[in-house]
Design a protein around this ligand. Sequence first.
Ligand SMILES: C[S@@+](CC[C@H](N)C(=O)[O-])C[C@H]1O[C@@H](n2cnc3c(N)ncnc32)[C@H](O)[C@@H]1O
Length: 449
Amino acid sequence: MMLPPVSLKNFGHYNMRLQWPQDDAFITCLPRRIFNNTQRSMKQFFLSCPKGLESLLEEECRKFLGESLTGLRASDGGIKVDTDIKNFLPYLLSTRLASRGYMQLGQWPINRLQDLYDLSRNFEFESWMDWRQTFKITTLFDLKAKYVLNNSLLASQIFKDGLVDRFRDVTGNRPTVDVKHSQISFLLRIEESRNTSKIAPFMLTFYVDMTGIPLSNRGYRAPGHEAPLRENIAAAMVMWANFGEQAEILVDPFVGTGTILIESAMILAKVPPSFLKLRDWTKGRRPYDMLEHLWFQNNSALNSQLSDWANTQVTMGEKSLLKIPSGILWGSDLDPNAILLAKKNLARLGLDRTVRLSEGNALTMMPPGPPPGVVVTNPPYGERMGTPEESAELFFNLSEHLKNNYKGYRAYLLAGDPKMHKGIHLKTSCKKPVRNGDIECRVLGYNLF
Ligand SMILES: C[S@@+](CC[C@H](N)C(=O)[O-])C[C@H]1O[C@@H](n2cnc3c(N)ncnc32)[C@H](O)[C@@H]1O
């Protein structure tokens, strides 16, 4: 049986608000009748990030998109962005702070989980994916939805059933779910409705994940270290430290796999964090899910515009990474294996000769040069490495060492539980709460006089 296209009438008493991307290519790749039935609006995107990074992400987004931005709102764990797809894609591949980027495909009020079946069965998935492509659906609830609707797995399953039935009806074939290596990833966010008329208690926002692999996974990190820092949190620390604004040294004396130094190098060289993925793409690999999406494949203008942009970034990036003077970025670690890993990771970006690494104790390591300089570092803080007592002692000793020997420098430390750093006898110049996975952390800044 062929299903009718999405129509406001199909949803009975609901006052439907369907939002579609408005690029001409979308309009040509989707049946025209859908657009006749929908309210034409700007394209909307959601960028997720670790909690605590939202305002920095907002600032970064405003700077990059400037006037092409028509809307920007902080949202739980990220920001919502309204802009044109042509401007958004280069930003998506340039953000240092977002974890994932999603494009909004629709938004509907819902009363109960069963509503999801009709919504998905009536959605023209065949315009977004081919039945041969594997997919997965993830559902996220806000607190209210979690309390009332309870089962996010069931929500994904109901939506999946509608999708599969839709494909079977329209094409005679059904696509397959692949939770681990799907080619297309959809996200359902179900939240308490903020609509004052309360047509329904919940609002469903339906997204497609643009990149699949998180944006925070830059592709430079070899496995083997027990507590590497998330790349976007490392970038945020370097940005809060204002590194790159003036000629100065940056030191990480707990270097681990080198994340902070690599992010600093990319910031200094103005190289997008997606540099390695973009290079893969220029070599014929397919590092992002969106390259497989029908809307992207059917838009040859957008396709060639983005690949030209990628080529330029790679050519310029290779040159500017090589231009970073040696003697600016320094790292050390007690563990020789960490140093080996850091070297390997730096080599992926051609930075192994530029960045100076050495084995040594952070508590005795002297500054590599006169100020100005900044220490940006992630000492072990008792959750994944060492005990809380050991961390508290380490933080105290470190602060004393920095106070006595790093005069004229600034320091930015990632710390866990406040008990660990309450013994530090220095006045903070900045204190930023950040959620690192399951751990509530804070980035503490100090001016060392
Ligand atoms: C939390 S990890 C740093 C992770 C790093 N930011 C990354 O992304 O890979 C802490 C590192 O500090 C090192 N370490 C612990 N105590 C140290 C000390 N006293 N001096 C120098 N390094 C130390 C550990 O070997 C470990 O590699």
